[in-house]
Design a protein around this ligand. Sequence first.
Ligand code: HEC
Length: 168
Amino acid sequence: MSAESDKAFIKQFSIVLVSLVVFTAIIMGLAAILHGKLEPKDNPARTAAKLDRLAPVAGVYAGETGRAAALAAAQASQPQAPAAAFDGSLDGGMIYDNVCSTCHANGVAGAPEMVASAWSGRLDKGTEALISNAINGIGAMPARGGRRDLSDEQVAASVNYMLEVIKR
Ligand code: HEC
């Protein structure tokens, strides 16, 4: 290797290195610019925590702008308890289609299918017991078919629907 070719190599290698550094800087710059253009995401948890920190520690309780009124307003703006499932509908067939059929149409997890033979031992318990088991869960069947927002009446309506279909 001659000193001449060493020099040429070092020169070329330096050019490559420098251009890589420049390229990196350009990419970083571009990324920074693009990132700056993104809409800042609103983080509800952070906003809530911030509002909490900003809230006065103590306050005047009386009056329209007092803390009592503020608390009442805050409570009023809390989300209401979730509405009853299916707007409280007592349409057993509809509830069956939406909830119970997941398992009972095809015998998933050993659920009795919608044929009389699958229910032979169960019908003897009586409708009340079947309804109560559907509400509280039995074996692999989750309480209320896994829909905790179903009311007792809604579960009863769907059990009655199922029994009607089976006995048809
Ligand atoms: C996740 C699957 C699943 C869903 C969803 C489901 N069931 Fe069941 N169900 C089962 C299984 C499994 C059994 C059998 C449990 C056992 O006897 O061990 C069963 C049994 C029953 C029984 C008979 C109980 C008894 O005492 O013999 C009734 C009635 C019933 N289900 C009604 C319903 C109704 C009404 C719904 C909808 C609101 C529903 N099920 C949704 C799985 C399900």
